[in-house]
Design a binder for this molecule. Structure first.
Ligand code: ATP
Ligand code: MG
Length: 331
């Protein structure tokens, strides 16, 4: 067991600590994570393996204030996941979604975190009289019935609610519990170019629903001491979902968040890039006070301080995402 700048993990025999073999150890950790492809995710999931399309063909519609889209283009469903708390999942989900919307990409942000931070960051109050993702997951309400408009013309939101706190337990007895979100998103996905799902800080059923519904995962990673430990866990869960309910799931990218240029952060960033190479987005999100202030004003950062470094970095991330997935969200 070794304590390094990337956290505490077993290192392979014969590679001494703090040697040039450090990145080999990271490869080893990654290989270990990759070597578990065929473990069934959970009781009952094995039979749910489905062939997923690479995307959903977009409806040609200009209704409801939305931009007309090219019929036949494809949508992309991205889940933002990391079971580690406070690494920038919601900040990334909200500001990536807002940046895509600012570029006139029709975007739906779906909050599956009981904390409901994505909604409050967009100025949408949790209101128990309105529908939320809870009724969608538990009662089979169509996702479209829970959609709210936001301040941005091209951005819609499906909020969470505090009822979601008990959803992990309530879902446990529901048929197809891991694929409830996928079933809800599928009919609506063609109305959007991007669907972004914000997950809670756990690898429970809500996050699994997010992973089963998605075509790709974006993993926010803070460049800190225990970064790799958290990453190994989320990669392992992704492999489990791939091996069972969603074989087409891709890691769309690791995004380095809350970056402050110091020796440790630089070292962690270098190691992550060496290990995961082009799976790491070029854009690095700096630690920026404007990003942490914006949610208290109920606004994405681009409506709070568009000139801030935080805002510019999320706009850049959105450019990278659209570049990767093409004009209509296609890889
Ligand atoms: P949770 O696991 O609880 O859902 P999270 O992973 O969604 O957390 P955020 O809520 O996005 O993390 O961020 C945690 C805190 O850090 C928030 O207060 C947020 O405003 C702040 N924060 C996020 N990114 C940045 C950044 N780049 N610069 C400064 N503050 C940031
Ligand atoms: Mg969050």
């Amino acid at each position: 067991m070794e304590h390094g700048p990337l956290g505490t993990f077993d290192h392979p025999a014969g590679v001494p600590p703090d040697s040039p073999g450090r990145s080999r150890r990271l490869f080893h950790v990654e290989r270990r994570v990759r070597g578990i492809r065929h473990v069934p995710l959970a009781r009952g999931l094995e039979g749910e393996t489905v062939r997923r399309p690479e995307g959903y063909r977009l409806h040609d519609t200009s209704a409801g204030g939305h931009a007309p889209m090219e019929a036949g283009a494809m949508s992309r469903i991205l889940t933002i996941a990391n079971q580690k708390g406070g690494v920038g999942k919601t900040t990334t989900a909200v500001n990536l979604a807002a940046s895509l919307a600012a570029a006139e990409r029709r975007t739906l942000l779906v909050d599956v975190d009981p904390q409901g931070n994505a909604g409050s960051a967009l100025g949408i109050r949790r209101d128990d009289s309105e529908h939320s993702i809870y009724e969608v997951l538990l009662d089979g309400l169509p996702l479209a019935d829970a959609v709210r408009k936001t301040e941005l013309k091209f951005l819609d939101l499906v909020p969470a609610s505090h009822h979601l706190v008990g959803a992990e337990l309530e879902l446990a007895d529901v048929a197809g519990r891991e694929s409830r979100l996928r079933a809800a998103v599928e009919p609506l996905a063609p109305s959007y170019e991007y669907v972004i799902i914000d997950c809670p800080p756990s690898l429970g059923l809500l996050t699994v629903n997010g992973l089963v519904a998605a075509q790709g995962v974006v993993i926010p990673l803070q460049c800190e001491y225990y970064a790799l430990e958290g990453l190994a866990d989320v990669l392992k869960t992704i492999e489990l979902v791939r091996a069972s309910a969603n074989p087409g799931l891709k890691v769309d990218g690791i995004v380095l968040t809350m970056f402050s240029p110091n020796n440790l952060a630089n070292q962690v960033a270098d190691e992550i890039r060496k290990t995961f190479s082009d799976q790491v987005f070029q854009t690095v999100i700096p630690r920026n006070v404007r990003l942490s202030e914006a949610p208290s004003h109920g606004k994405p950062v681009l409506l709070y301080d568009v000139t801030s470094k935080g805002c510019q970095s999320y706009l850049e991330l959105a450019r990278e995402v659209t570049h990767r997935f093409g004009a209509g969200g296609v890889a």
